[in-house]
Design a protein around this ligand. Sequence first.
Ligand code: XMP
Length: 510
Amino acid sequence: MQNNVLILDFGSQYTQLIARRVRELNIYSEIKPYNNPPKDLSSYKAVILSGSPHSVRGENPPHPDLSEIKGKKPLLGVCYGAQYLAHFNGGEVGQSNTREYGRANLSMVKEGEPFLEGVSSDSQVWMSHSDTIKKLPEGAIRIASTHDVENAGYKIEGEDTYAIQFHPEVYHSTDGKKILENFLVKIAGVAQTWTPDAFVETTVAALKSKIGDDRVILGLSGGVDSTVAATLLHKAIGENLHCIFVNNGLLRKNEYTDVLKQYEGLGLNVKGVDASARFLDALEGESDPEAKRKAIGRVFVEVFDDESKLVENATWLAQGTIYPDVIESVSATGGPSATIKSHHNVGGLPDYMKLKVVEPLRMIFKDEVRRVGASIGLSAELLGRHPFPGPGLAIRILGDITPEKVRILQEVDHIFINGLREWGLYDSVWQAGAMLLPVNSVGVMGDERTYEKCVALRAVESTDGMTADWVHLPYEFMQKVSNDIINKVKGVNRVVYDISSKPPATIEWE
Ligand code: XMP
């Protein structure tokens, strides 16, 4: 792809945000680990070095060979990237005297500097570092300072090399996007042509050449991601795409039949497989969240294995994995990082399956998936569907799972979600669902004492599932839904509403 931007990842928690901001400028970018950079750099018009948890002063700091990049292509170092360019080019990096986390304001911006055009002289920037650049590298000129950080920005004379200590990629750096735009568009001359249509075109072409005449099986979930992935693959390889929609017994009420019907209209080659009993058997007596996810992941793989054998010459397994699934499960550098939840659809397949994995949406975020879906003509209703986790209701039933608990939760969820639709609230909520708590509480119904289950309702707003806040649903709506649930769902006598944000909570309870 022409017009590509390379982001060399040194393991910062913000690296994916750089990619996102760059794509918001309609410019495509790819993140590659610093220790395994692409061999052929010809398609990259500019390179960005990310931040890092490492220190250049530590033992074995990341130190890739930039001889084919520095001075030859426009280069921007961010945070560690800026320190790296200083430390290994004759500058000096030392420990900061003051804590430099969070908000700061620029105190000096070099006049007439195209890199900082349109950036106000007191612009707010976001810092997150404990080292600071004490002496600039050879040939460098300071272009920005803050009150505490003298060398907050510099450039190398005679090169298109720029470096900033602060993070332009976070929203809290108010002119951050402008700085990235200045660098990529003004300095590097990258064209702003990355649009959903362009993504579809290049992805379909790439899928065609990658897969050729091979056959692919794809697990549809009914959600936006797998549907968009399937539609892209269908455009690329037509009937060689074999979709499988598995009923894991943990879907929403009526979802299995509704979703199969929905796919009939899309022209996809879909087979429904009801494996409910297999999943519920595997989950019997299991109450640990990660063990439940793993069990479900394992059975999914087994079902796919069985199904793939029925499709002659199937060599690929396609998945609708999107970027947040990837970054919350493994670090972008491929190394071990804090695994928050082992999303079941990430992590590949056991060797014995011999299927190669193809993930057309692996590098894009949820909102981008929706934009891509709209550009390939999927209906607003389908694209507007709330995300639903692969392990389904299993991670919304806290503790062990029984068919009776699944039934109860399906009924509760149905009343809640239908209520949101009827009250015109569904589209203003990013994701909603109900959790069945492992708690019985005392109630009174028709003069009788009850001792029954409690459910928690959760509705959040978010853009990408990485951070989320609870939605202020109208009290009248909550009152109606709570009444309906307690009156109609046998086994539930109490409803609560979850008012936690992510972080520190997560969206799902398990
Ligand atoms: P959390 O609970 O991590 O959820 O804040 C973020 C988003 O991811 C979904 N989620 C999952 N999706 N497999 C999935 O396919 C999983 O194991 C899983 N866990 C959470 C969750 O529904 C939300 O949209």
